[in-house]
Design a binder for this molecule. Structure first.
Ligand SMILES: *Cc1c(COP(=O)(O)O)cnc(C)c1O
Length: 454
């Protein structure tokens, strides 16, 4: 069998800036205040986030300098490796060249510390003492639980109940780092109590957990609310992934024809693809970028483009993006990190403007591809990442059919070593194939605010 090939950069090659895709878009619809409906300016944003992050959020500068403290902390695992998956290629019998950028070498096993460390840094500068977060699969909670003590901060995490129960090891990891972890909906907040009243066995949702985290964080000036995905600033922080990948593809003396990422809130996808789109906008080679979401939470493929909140209690700003409605509750899928009803406005725009394609795949097909990947490349992928693998495999098979040798790059966002219960369910044939029903979609759409009436 041919060998896997690994492309490694040195610490000096860790990017010095984060790329802000918003700078390359002619116009972004403004965020609106949930209270007044008026555009939110810098002063408004500063009420809910540290200055450094608020400035990045509204900035149209193309680059933000990475603070030296943050860059030093990145050195623990960055630059992350990029591999050529030769054994997978051979198993597929494809002329395609398949590459993957592996973010699972981070301490918590995914790409999320790229922004968790940045957010902890800016919250520390702003004098916060406790970081508050919501988490789906537990990846974001783990990243915050890891990042907080690096800056002498503590952490409290609201974890979506279905994941809390399915993934006890993520909770234990957070507790090991010293964080406090609560299953949401809890009875400790108004938003949690409202959800439990609607449905006593509520599986929870990211939107509810977020509402709980916000209600707790806004009640105390010592608390800093942190966000796992979707914001412009977070998409920027994640561009260290794509910037490194461009340098590594150059080492491979190759350039991708297709770049694929899984889509939850959109941040890893943004981080991997936006630097390639920047090259394209500057006259570089055209790349097909593809967002892959679960059929159970089809935000980009079946959602509406509208102003909506990102939490169920309507405390967050109104943002124009693809949304299934802030009351949408997806069926419990194992890719807990892909259960968001909304997506980063920058990713939404890339899709709306035709710069990015979006597809949805059912979880059984994704696990099938994930197992094939583990058996050839030796890395157990996170359930979220299997969505990208699924479409990479499809594209590689297409190459085998039409005899074209295309270069395919996908984001392997994390390892699945804490997700073995999902693999167990897959092997036992107990994994439901999880298309969402029209009723659940209609319920979600009903919650999208009607701004024309305002
Ligand atoms: C959180 C997470 C995702 C999805 O988040 P995005 O914001 O859409 O990138 C994907 N994979 C893993 C391993 C995750 O932890």
């Amino acid at each position: 069998m041919s060998d896997q090939i690994k492309y490694v950069l040195s610490e000096d090659d860790i990017p010095r800036t984060w790329y802000n895709f918003a700078a390359d878009l002619p116009f972004m619809a403004p965020m609106l205040s949930p209270v007044t409906g008026e555009p939110v300016g810098l002063d408004g944003l500063r009420l809910s986030m540290p200055d450094g992050l608020a400035e990045q959020e509204l900035s149209t500068e193309p680059e933000f300098e990475i603070p030296e403290t943050v860059r030093q902390l990145y050195r623990q695992w960055r630059p992350t490796p990029l591999f050529r998956a030769r054994r997978l290629e051979q198993t597929l019998g494809t002329p395609a060249r398949i590459y993957f950028k592996y973010e699972g070498t981070a301490p918590t096993g995914s790409f999320k510390p790229n922004t968790a460390i940045a957010q902890a840094y800016y919250n520390k500068l702003a004098g916060k003492r406790v970081l508050i977060a919501e988490t789906g699969a537990g990846q974001w909670g783990s990243a915050i639980a890891f990042a907080a003590p690096l800056f002498g901060l503590s952490a409290r995490v609201f974890m979506v109940r279905v994941s809390y129960e399915q993934k006890p090891y993520r909770r234990l990891l957070m507790e090991t780092y010293g964080a406090e972890c609560l299953p949401s909906p809890t009875t400790t907040t108004e938003a949690g109590r409202a959800a439990l009243e609607e449905r006593p066995d509520h599986p929870g949702s990211l939107a509810i957990a977020k509402a709980e985290a916000l209600q707790v964080a806004y009640a105390d000036p010592d608390y800093g609310y942190t966000r796992g995905s979707a914001l412009n600033s977070i998409c920027a922080h994640q561009t260290v992934i794509g910037q490194e990948a461009i340098a590594q593809m150059a080492l491979a003396e190759d350039y991708p024809d297709i770049v694929i990422g899984c889509a939850g809130g959109g941040s890893n996808l943004a981080g991997l693809t936006f630097p390639f789109l920047r090259e394209q906008l500057r006259g570089g080679k055209r790349v097909r970028t593809i967002a892959v979401e679960p059929t159970a939470c089809p935000t980009l493929t079946r959602g509406r483009i509208a102003y909506d909140h990102s939490d169920s209690a309507r405390m967050t700003s109104l943002v124009r993006m693809h949304t299934l409605g802030h009351k949408f509750v997806p069926p419990p899928v194992h890719a807990g990190g892909l259960r968001a009803h909304n997506i980063a406005p920058l990713v939404s725009r890339a899709v709306e403007d035709g710069m990015m394609e979006a597809v949805a795949r059912p979880q059984v097909a994704c696990f099938e591809a994930g197992v094939m990947f583990a058996r050839t490349e030796g890395i157990l992928p996170a359930p979220e990442s299997t969505h990208a693998i699924c479409v990479a495999v499809e594209e590689a098979r297409r190459c085998a059919q039409d005899g074209e040798s295309r270069a395919i790059l996908f984001g392997l966002t994390g390892h699945g070593n804490f997700d073995l219960s999902a693999y167990e369910a897959y092997f036992a044939g107990r994994l439901p194939d999880d298309a969402v029903d029209d009723e659940a979609l209609a319920f979600g759409f009903d919650s999208i605010p009607d701004l024309s009436a305002a």
